[in-house]
Design a protein. Structure first.
Length: 256
């Protein structure tokens, strides 16, 4: 018998979701044969989805998402609506976090897309593919970071310069590392014209393709909690698909 707590995830994976691309308001960027969202999914976008589908996320059902404090710690009231607790009212354009892989995939299907594969995400993040990119980017060149040769402009811990602290959305939470997330698309776009592919929030991707249930899924790009090492192409991280934490978000892809 399937445990009742797994039913929402299984149903989300099995049932079709009516697409609502206008309500999702995603700004798509073409990358070869597919398109990818230029920015991470925002709180406003996720709110439109949650209201339209009457979704109650796993973090909400559990009483809060988690953060790592000498081990994973549940934070009461920390959800996509209040990422740092009931005392923090976030801006609509902050990244939607405390969202499981299943919930991210369901949002993307509702928005007329899907989560990107790991290969798609990496191609978009590190290889410049615009026909006429602005300087200093060069078409066809692969860069060590989603921001290019330097981490400046990314939202990360330590390595991204003092601008990261200035961009951080005020949240009032007492967390050991990092300045916190930035609002969507604050710096100039980076490789392929995308925002925050490096730092800000880790992003769920559809890898391994075909994995079932709560098997681990890969996350990409690092976050405000980490430095540049996690932003590099060779860094691979994964979490169980039912994970809902303060620094994992997502963006969608379509086509391909």
């Amino acid at each position: 018998m399937t445990p009742w707590c797994l039913l929402p995830a299984l149903l989300a994976a099995a049932l079709p979701v009516a697409a609502a691309p206008t309500a999702a308001a995603i700004d798509w960027q073409r990358v070869g044969a597919f398109e990818i969202a230029r920015s991470e999914t925002t709180i406003a976008q996720f709110r439109a989805f949650a209201q339209a589908t009457r979704t109650v996320t796993a973090a909400e059902q559990r009483g809060g998402g988690e953060v790592y404090e000498m081990g994973w710690t549940k934070k009461p009231g920390w959800t996509w609506q209040r990422p740092f607790g009931p005392g923090h009212v976030p801006a609509d354009d902050e990244p939607a976090v405390h969202v499981t892989w299943h919930e991210a995939q369901t949002f993307c299907r509702w928005a007329g897309g899907r989560l990107p594969t790991d290969a798609e995400w990496a191609s978009a993040a590190y290889t410049e593919q615009r026909a006429q990119p602005p300087a200093p980017f060069q078409r066809g060149r692969s860069y060590p970071l989603p921001t290019g040769d330097s981490a400046r402009g990314a939202q990360c811990l330590g390595d991204c310069g003092p601008e990261a602290a200035a961009r951080a959305a005020p949240h009032g939470a007492a967390l050991p590392p990092g300045p916190g997330p930035a609002r969507a698309a604050p710096p100039p776009p980076a490789v392929t014209g995308l925002f925050e592919m490096g730092g800000n929030a880790w992003e769920w991707v559809d890898d391994p393709v075909g994995a079932r249930g709560d098997a681990e899924r890969r996350t990409r790009g690092g976050s405000w909690w980490y430095g540049t090492a996690q932003m590099q192409a060779g860094h691979h991280q994964a979490k169980p698909a039912d994970t809902a934490v303060v620094y994992i978000g997502f963006r969608c892809a379509r086509g391909g």
